[in-house]
Design a protein around this ligand. Structure first.
Ligand code: HEM
Length: 166
């Protein structure tokens, strides 16, 4: 509902999203960032080891495949402030986590997601239309997730969508 209020304030009831609106959707941005923190669609980053890498206690052999960034852990780190397991978009308004090394829903380094900017704009535009037309409710109390290559809800979805314009 807070996103809906922001959308009404910035865009009104029907207007299309213009380029200059995107950066004004501050709370919508915070909701997307917080959603990707708790539910990163790609929850781990993988790399192939090209040459033997000697670490302190063991060597990662060339050709092996390794998980370099388990977001299930880093995205719930205490650096996120009180109750890091709770959905609180406000933490993005008060703290500056934009360059946080604990946050990587779009990956890290040279092979990070090339679609990040497009994805963020696309999510904001989609939400701005959808949430102005529909009210979404969800019960997450029975949600069970499987941290596979992609994050999957294995308990099904408990979501209801109703028109705001009945
Ligand atoms: C919410 C939406 C998206 C998420 C969460 C996401 C996430 C990711 C992640 C985690 C990686 C791996 C990065 C790494 O290993 O460091 C990746 C790679 C990639 N993504 Fe996305 N992505 C999204 C949308 C998109 C879109 C819209 C496009 C294209 C228009 C795209 C194109 C790519 C490509 C081409 C790569 C491979 C980059 C490379 O290996 O050099 N992604 N993405």
């Amino acid at each position: 509902e807070k996103v809906y209020e922001e959308l009404l304030e910035i865009l009104g009831t029907d207007r299309d999203v213009e380029k200059d609106d995107i950066n004004k959707l501050v709370y919508t941005n915070a909701v997307i960032m917080e959603s990707l923190r708790l539910f990163p669609s790609v929850p781990s980053l993988f790399r192939t080891v090209e040459t033997d890498v000697k670490l302190k206690n063991y060597t990662m052999p060339a050709g092996s495949y390794c998980v370099i960034f388990p977001m299930a852990a880093t995205h719930l780190d205490p650096t996120w402030g009180p109750e890091p397991d709770k959905f609180r978009p406000e933490r993005w308004l008060h703290g500056d986590f934009r360059n946080s090394k604990e946050y990587a829903p779009f990956g890290l380094g040279k092979r990070a997601c090339i679609g990040r900017t497009y994805a963020m704009i696309s999510m904001k535009v989609t939400l701005s239309h959808f949430l102005r037309h529909y009210r979404v409710k969800a019960d997450m109390s029975h949600l069970k997730l499987n941290f596979d290559f992609l994050l999957k809800p294995i308990s099904g979805h408990d979501i209801s969508i109703e028109s705001r314009r009945k």
